[in-house]
Design a protein around this ligand. Structure first.
Ligand SMILES: [Zn+2]
Ligand SMILES: [Zn+2]
Length: 366
């Protein structure tokens, strides 16, 4: 925000969306970015080098995603802090300028431009079991130490994260789970969900569940969801009908007709991880990713895992779970390949295997 104010020569209350756009354009072209973006007609498209380019439109830039997360969201936070929040109104310049149509269009334009130039979307980093444990531990203490609506909202987010990691869902999926369709296993052994949402609506409803892991794992999604429901009930929220993870108003009542969307959750996830110094560019996709790795690691079959993750093809599963021996023929000799599969760190291994591209030579990605 300091840089933006200096660049535009304005104070925070006087900034409009054009100022933000000018600043983003400036940041994108001042060589502070580190991603090679070729002009779409450059013959070296798909490579990570500018060495041979004759087109002056090829340059180092910020990726669309890092600009959104690294710059736009930071500015948004600063605007929020001084009370400039909500939709941006160009005629009155009230609201949050980073939410204006102009800025959204610019980000979309960048995505399109970079898609045409072959810039690969960097994958969401995996949410590892270790990091998930730390997140759950920190949030547990935080919930305990909080009061009122803050406590309620924290408990809900914690339950959503636990749900997504365990059920291997993209975080946005949690926003659509119906509480009335949730079944408790006999003797409280676990929960079964029967939910349909966005893209899965055209398929049959999708059932899945998880067992209580109390005493087996460091935390249990079933117990954490119960904690959320119990707390929410004490705030007067009912679960006979409606959503298991409803969107809440700032006064703690349920916002009807509005569900959690990926962007809302991305922002809160980033904030939660940052608060506990755990943030490494995770996105809601990281849960699906991490959950898959964890499930396969625990020996669940690829079929079970795919079913949980609702993946349509084996190649999608391989994509998410790359680095795991389950995807290799059983007679593949890991030792001969120089890899100790038993002791290697899963995350490291996955990263390493990512570089095993079949058809690349030198640094030229396929
Ligand atoms: Zn080029
Ligand atoms: Zn449990």
């Amino acid at each position: 925000m300091k840089a933006l104010k200096e660049y535009s020569g304005k104070q925070i209350y006087d900034l409009d969306d054009q100022d933000v756009l000018d600043y983003l354009l400036f940041k994108d072209s001042n060589k502070s970015g580190r991603t090679v973006v070729h002009f779409k007609a450059c013959p070296f498209i798909g490579t990570a080098s500018l060495e041979n380019c004759s087109d002056t439109r090829c340059s180092l830039r910020h990726t669309a995603n890092s600009m959104r997360i690294g710059i736009v969201l930071k500015l948004r936070k600063a605007f929020e802090e001084v009370g400039r929040r909500g939709p941006y109104e160009p005629s009155t310049t009230l609201g949050d300028p980073t939410k204006s149509v102009l800025i959204q269009e610019y980000i979309t334009y960048k995505q399109l431009e970079q898609g045409l130039s072959g810039v690969k979307k960097r994958e969401a980093p995996t949410m590892s079991r270790e990091k998930m444990n730390k997140l759950m531990r920190n949030m547990k203490l935080h919930v305990r130490g909080s009061r009122g609506i803050i406590k309620l909202r924290l408990a809900e987010r914690r339950a959503m994260y636990a749900f997504c990691f365990t059920a291997i869902k993209r975080l946005a999926g949690a926003g659509h789970v119906l509480s009335a369709n949730t079944i408790r296993m006999p003797n409280d052994k676990g929960l079964v969900f029967n939910c349909t949402w966005d893209k899965t609506l055209r398929m049959d409803s999708h059932c899945f569940g998880f067992f209580c892991m109390l005493g087996t794992e460091e935390w249990c999604a079933h117990c954490i969801i119960d904690e959320w429901v119990t707390l929410a009930k004490s705030f007067g929220i009912t679960f006979n009908a409606g959503l298991l993870f409803p969107r809440l108003e700032y006064n703690g009542t349920v916002k009807l007709g509005k569900r959690w969307r990926a962007n809302d959750i991305t922002d809160s996830l980033v904030r939660d991880l940052k608060r506990y110094f755990l943030y490494e560019e995770e996105t809601p996709h990281s849960f699906r990713h991490g959950g898959t790795v964890d499930s396969l690691r625990k020996g669940a079959s690829l079929e079970t895992t795919m079913y949980l993750a609702y993946m349509k093809s084996k190649s999608t599963a391989q994509h998410y779970a790359k680095g795991l021996r389950h995807l290799f023929p059983t007679n593949f000799h890991w030792k001969e390949a120089g890899i100790d599969i038993e002791t290697s760190d899963v995350k490291e291994l996955a990263k390493q295997m990512h570089s095993w591209k079949a058809f690349s030579n030198e640094n030229i990605p396929l």
